[in-house]
Design a protein around this ligand. Structure first.
Ligand code: LER
Ligand code: MN
Length: 277
């Protein structure tokens, strides 16, 4: 698969202020994503049941777009569900929520993302216990994604959002403890700017485990509007033969149109024109 540009669309009112370029309305979001030159959208729903799958399929077809991935963040933001909750019933609800996203996105050939639903350790829950629950959840959900022939994406987050796994190296080591081999890493350049000593080096070490990229500058604005050097990152992605989406999960600043068009300018400079589908 070539490297293709995607843009985020949030359907979650409670996530307002978060790192999403387009908001609220899939018909408008698809039209704008296509007009800006993106090849795909990455959608963050409150729950996949809120999306009419048939209508989405028609919209994607009409605009020549693909679904890059679907986020599960609303499971945490809206419902406070995580894979490491000490309450077994709530962990089960977290599995169900993520499972519904896997099933919906999988029907479009797209993976689900586990970011903030990984949760954190603390209080009565030790780090080892939380990682054991995370492992149990991923080993349950990875095969469910595999049955739909898509990976499951695990996203290491920065220290202000989780205390479990922050770096590519630690996450790769953790993946090696799983029974499933169907979990890939989502490497978010914003989190990596905070946690990695060398973003390009981490991507190289991540190698075949890198399954998706969030394309964001140091300040979580569009690439080119912060201070992350892009050249070494592009070389690293080429060297590991990354094929997949590079998705703008960024703040809509100074406005959504500028964030989107600047992302596409940076994408073309880095990777050339998006390959024809
Ligand atoms: C999700 O992809 C992410 O990066 C987190 O920071 C939640 O916003
Ligand atoms: Mn991200």
């Amino acid at each position: 698969m070539p490297i293709l540009p995607a843009v985020t669309v949030s359907l979650v009112p409670q996530a307002r202020g978060g790192p999403f370029v387009l908001w609220d309305d899939l018909p408008t979001a698809c039209a704008r994503a296509a007009a800006m030159g993106f090849a795909a959208i990455e959608v963050f729903p409150s729950h996949p049941d809120e999306i009419d799958g048939h209508a989405l399929r028609e919209l994607l077809k009409k605009h020549g777009l693909r679904l890059a991935a679907m986020g599960t963040g609303a499971g945490w933001v809206v419902r406070k569900l995580s894979l490491t909750d000490p309450d077994p019933h709530l962990r089960m609800h977290a599995w169900d929520f993520i499972g519904a996203v896997i099933d919906f996105a999988g029907g479009f050939g797209a993976p689900a993302i586990i970011g903030s639903m990984q949760g954190r350790w603390g209080g009565a829950v030790t780090r080892d216990q939380a990682l054991a629950w995370l492992k149990e959840g991923l080993d349950q959900l990875g095969p469910r994604a595999h049955a739909l022939e898509v990976p499951l994406l695990f996203e290491p987050l920065n220290r202000y959002e989780t205390n479990l796994l922050h770096t590519v190296d630690d996450s790769v080591a953790f993946l090696s403890t799983l029974q499933t081999t169907n979990v890939k890493l989502l490497c978010d350049l914003f989190h990596m700017n905070i946690e990695e000593a060398d973003i390009a080096g981490a991507l190289r070490r991540g190698g075949r485990h890198v399954g998706h990229v969030h394309f964001a500058d140091s300040n979580r604005r569009a690439i080119g509007l912060g201070h992350t050097p892009v050249g070494p990152i592009v070389s690293a992605l080429r060297d590991i033969q990354y094929g997949g989406f590079i998705s703008a999960e960024i703040l809509p600043l100074p406005d959504d149109e500028t964030a989107g068009t600047q992302t596409m300018r940076a994408f073309r400079e880095a990777f050339g024109p998006p390959a024809q589908q």
